[in-house]
Design a protein around this ligand. Structure first.
Ligand SMILES: Nc1ncnc2c1ncn2[C@@H]1O[C@H](COP(=O)(O)OP(=O)(O)OP(=O)(O)O)[C@@H](O)[C@H]1O
Length: 581
């Protein structure tokens, strides 16, 4: 890592810690329990040495109960603080994690749509779920665990020095060996373990892809290839797990043996000193116990160092989302109701710099009028709708609502007044009832039923296994595109908007449902400013005005009759579509 990277990692870490310490109360309990735990670890070996020297070897049994009780209390304290530490580190970690995830999720929901363009869903999910998990494991649990370990290690060394300097120096000679083993074999073990997680993620993604693409896979007869890919990944996973088993098998026994080296040193040298009368047996036994306690902390601290890189990388991916500036602002005046006049005033719009999708659109939509937008694929119809919803703001020019620049109106309140019926209806998790109710928090279940009856949606909802209480997941499988769009229409009607935007479903709908959809659309449009993105031109006969868009420009506009008479672009579209029909 170069120094610039190191500096930015350090600032990321500082920023993270700065945010994490806001959970002050839990943090204080954690710190107290870590200190308590480190101190409590030191006591038992010392008490044992006193018990041996002053009581057992001295034959002083009448007050032995006292030292035994002390020993028991020290063990209890050790247990108590260790439990407290484990639990509260987890509490603290989960609080930080929950916070981080909630903020990330909120940020994603508030991001401008441009933000999603260069990110896959999988990538975002992984940042919000996995990366935050890694950060919590390493930077919260790992860091605190290591802090505790380091504290115990320092405590142990100080206690040993206080007992005997020479024996301490000799015992410490085995520490470099332990560090070497923990670093080399432990590192290999941890890397192998990380690989197993990657392999498992790979298996999940293969399964996910084959479930999502099952129809395409069958249509192209690619089952064999997908199966082979799956078994290849499965075999790699097995190999990765076996590698972990080998390194685990090597590492822990080796670590035990290395720590026994220090014990042997203590027994040999300490025993020699005791034999010469320069040291008591109790102190030798305390040393043996201390020496055995090196192993855990050393492994933990080196483990943290090892996983720090991946945690910092995860932290970087997390803050990349936080620092993306493309957030939708919800500022501006709040509108309760709109008359519904919309005006496009020389509107230009670019998704990508230098490539305009709309090129100087001028369009006047009077209140309660019906406008049909037609044009070839990619002409800019959906973009016009997106600008009315303020999913995007014009690169140049203005969109005015009742004469007020859209940029001055709060997006939330504006959208609340616009009913949007997309081509593909998204059903939220929950029941059909909840799915329609969400459009208007003030509406009751009776309102939903009334609206559904009005739109002629009631019949097919009642045919679902549990009627309105059918889950969206189940309903989604049972309903056709047209029927789902009807639910969307019911939602929009319940919202009682001033402006409606209808993106007609492209997929072929059976004549009966098509009739229902059309009637429902007309009902929704009644008395409201309506913008219909018309793919099938039949619906344009209900429009006051038809606007033909091509390559981001309006190339023709007028009433449907006028345009048919003019025998221009609209006429040619119409004739070719009717001809196909
Ligand atoms: N998110 C986007 N990022 C970049 N370019 C886009 C994006 N969405 C649309 N475009 C481009 O903007 C232009 C207009 O697209 P738009 O979706 O508005 O057309 P449309 O008339 O609605 O087409 P369709 O009938 O296929 O829905 C197209 O050239 C399209 O490639």
């Amino acid at each position: 890592m170069d120094s610039k990277n190191q500096r930015s990692s350090l600032s990321l870490l500082k920023r993270f810690i700065g945010e994490a310490v806001s959970h002050r109360k839990t943090l204080i309990i954690v710190v107290v329990s870590i200190i308590g735990s480190a101190l409590a670890t030191l006591a038992p070996p010392y008490i044992l040495s006193v018990a041996i020297d002053r009581y057992i070897l001295a034959g002083n049994y009448n007050r032995f109960w006292f030292i035994a009780l002390l020993y028991l209390s020290a063990l209890t304290a050790q247990w108590f603080f260790a439990t407290l530490q484990t639990f509260y580190i987890e509490v603290f970690g989960q609080k930080v994690l929950c916070d981080l995830r909630a903020r990330l999720h909120e940020k994603v929901l508030r991001s401008r749509l441009e933000f999603f363009k260069d990110k896959s869903t999988g990538d975002l999910v992984s940042r919000i779920v996995n990366d935050t998990g890694i950060v919590n494991d390493v930077l919260v649990s790992g860091l605190f665990g290591s802090l505790g370990s380091l504290l115990s290690l320092i405590g142990i060394i100080i206690a040993m020095f206080l007992l005997d300097v020479k024996l301490t120096l000799v015992t410490l000679a085995s520490i470099p060996l332990m560090i070497l083993v923990a670093y080399y074999f432990g590192g290999k073990m941890r890397r192998a373990y990380r690989e197993t997680r990657q392999k498992i993620a790979k298996i999940s993604s293969v399964v996910e892809e084959s479930v999502a693409g099952v129809e395409t896979i069958r249509a192209f007869g690619k089952e064999g290839e997908v199966e082979r890919e799956f078994s290849r990944v499965s075999r790699e996973t097995i190999k990765a797990y076996l590698r972990v088993a080998v390194y685990m098998g090597l590492f822990w026994p080796l670590m035990n043996i290395t720590s026994l080296v220090s014990v042997i040193i203590v027994i040999a040298y300490g025993g020699y000193l005791a034999y010469q009368g320069a040291m008591s047996i109790g102190v030798v036994i305390a040393f043996i116990q201390y020496a055995q306690r090196f192993r855990g902390p050393i492994n933990e601290v080196i483990g943290l160092y090892d996983s720090l890189q991946s945690a910092l990388a995860a932290l970087e991916r997390i803050y990349e989302i936080f620092d993306d500036e493309g957030v939708e602002d919800y500022e501006g005046v709040h509108v309760e109701r709109l008359k519904g006049e919309i005006k496009f005033d020389n509107v230009w719009f670019e998704y990508e710099k230098g490539i305009p999708a709309l090129k100087g659109i001028n369009l006047q939509i009077p209140p309660a009028s019906k406008i049909a937008i037609v044009g070839r694929t990619g002409a800019g119809k959906t973009t016009i709708a997106g600008l009315i919803m303020r999913f995007y703001d014009p690169t140049e020019g203005r969109v005015l609502y009742d004469g007020v620049d859209g940029k001055r109106i709060s997006r939330k309140s504006l959208r609340r007044r616009i009913g949007y019926v997309p081509q593909e209806t998204y059903l939220f998790p929950g029941t059909i009832m909840e799915n329609i109710l969400m459009a208007n928090p003030e509406a009751s279940e009776e309102d939903v039923i009334r609206v559904c009856k009005e739109l002629g949606v009631q019949d097919f909802i009642m045919r679902l296994p549990k009627g309105y209480n059918t889950s969206a997941g189940e309903a989604g499988k049972l309903l056709s595109v047209g029927e789902r769009q009807l639910i969307s229409l019911a939602r929009a009607l319940l919202e009682d908007p001033d402006i409606v935007i209808l993106d007609e479903a492209l997929s072929s709908v059976d004549p009966k449902t098509e009739r229902l959809v059309q009637d429902a659309m007309l009902k929704l449009m009644e008395g409201r400013t309506s913008i219909i993105i018309a793919h099938r031109l039949g619906i344009t006969r209900f429009a006051d005005k038809v606007v033909v868009v091509e390559d981001g420009r309006i190339i023709e506009e007028g009433s449907p009759e006028e345009l048919l008479e003019r025998r221009g672009h609209f006429y040619r579209f119409y004739v070719s579509q009717m001809g196909e029909a």
